[in-house]
Design a protein around this ligand. Structure first.
Ligand code: HEM
Length: 312
């Protein structure tokens, strides 16, 4: 393990989440001053309780000043429009109220049949292949299809929307199509904790303050590591065990507080429908021998290539 840990070094994530590094930080230095090669630095928070404290207090730890990426974003010069993640109250509160109207549980449930049908069609298309890339061939289009259905985007524009969505997330790979029952729901929740698709987001201190006794200065960058919080021994019993019956399961994969993921229920529904359909049709599906290609991105944990054999 490196003596000096730099969590902004993508190399550290090349083989997946560096669990040992996070374990050591949680134990030895939970509010860690992460120096970067350019001489600047940020606070890296790796414990569940501290990630909660920062996420809960969006007045002291804001998103508007420099965005949510480790490196400062200047919206004035880049010309990129802010997403609601990059806004603070009152602007954020207004926009969130508007968007969340379309995300009510009943509305989400209505999308279930649509998602099931679309996903089954993708599976059918791949049934005859000896091996498929699950990301591109099967799963990748579902989120864009569902959100398009929700917003009434015509069929002919959906592929274009998918490409745009990827570009916003920093995926320029042209191939990439997109980024129940209570037992199944528990299992899905554990899959989301286990995978934690977003490693981290960042906030900026809006005034001098403290976190777990550590003084933090106004303007300091504070990075919350969901992938570490979701393995915190102080919160999860046997955090490195994949337990589909885990309860409670207070993971932070969807964040916490005023920016809590607005798509959480939709994401849960899509994951549940996808697994139900996959298991019903191809109970013997397995990973193929060929290699997995990971997505190289700061905050997002994902794959570009996930080779799967559907028929055993
Ligand atoms: C497994 C899939 C997903 C994961 C892991 C995820 C994770 C997250 C996280 C960590 C945040 C930030 C929360 C915070 O700062 O406290 C967030 C915010 C957000 N997510 Fe998701 N998300 C997922 C799927 C979705 C989907 C499918 C949609 C839309 C349909 C969506 C829409 C949003 C929006 C709009 C926000 C910003 C909310 C705000 O700023 O108030 N997400 N998500």
């Amino acid at each position: 393990m490196p003596e000096k840990i730099d969590l902004s070094d993508l190399g550290l994530f090349a083989e997946g989440t560096p669990d040992e590094v996070f374990r050591r930080l949680r134990r030895e230095s939970p509010i860690y001053w992460n120096e970067q090669s350019d001489g600047s630095g940020f606070w890296a928070l790796t414990r569940h309780a501290d990630v909660m404290q920062v996420s809960r207090d969006s007045e002291t730890f804001g998103s508007e000043r420099h965005g949510i990426m480790i490196y400062d974003e200047s919206f004035e010069t880049s010309g990129r429009e802010r997403t609601m993640l990059e806004m603070d109250a009152p602007r954020h509160t207004r926009l969130r109220a508007l968007v969340s109207r379309g995300m009510k549980p009943r509305k989400i449930l209505e999308l279930e049949e649509f998602a099931r049908r679309r996903f089954s069609e993708e599976l059918d298309r791949c049934a005859e292949l000896s091996e498929c890339n699950f990301v591109v061939d099967v799963a990748g289009t579902l989120p864009v299809q569902v959100i398009s259905e929700m917003m009434g985007v015509p069929e002919s524009d959906r592929r274009h929307l998918g490409l745009l969505a990827n570009r916003i997330q920093g995926f320029d790979d042209p191939e990439l199509g997109g980024g129940g029952g209570s037992e199944n729901s528990d299992a899905i929740e554990e899959m989301i904790r286990w995978t934690t698709p977003i490693h981290h987001f960042r906030r900026t201190a809006t005034r001098d303050t403290t976190i777990a006794g550590q003084p933090i200065r106004e303007h300091d960058r504070v990075v919350v590591w969901y992938s570490s919080a979701n393995r915190d021994e102080l919160v999860f019993t046997e955090p490195f065990r994949f337990d589909i019956a885990r309860a409670p399961n207070d993971h932070l994969a969807f964040g916490f507080g005023s920016h809590y993921c607005l798509g959480a229920n939709l994401a849960r529904l899509e994951a549940r429908v996808a697994f139900e359909e996959l298991l019903a049709r191809f109970p013997e599906y397995r990973m193929a021998e060929s290699h997995v290609e990971r997505l190289e991105s700061g905050p997002i944990r994902g794959a570009l290539r996930l080779p799967v054999v559907l028929r055993g």
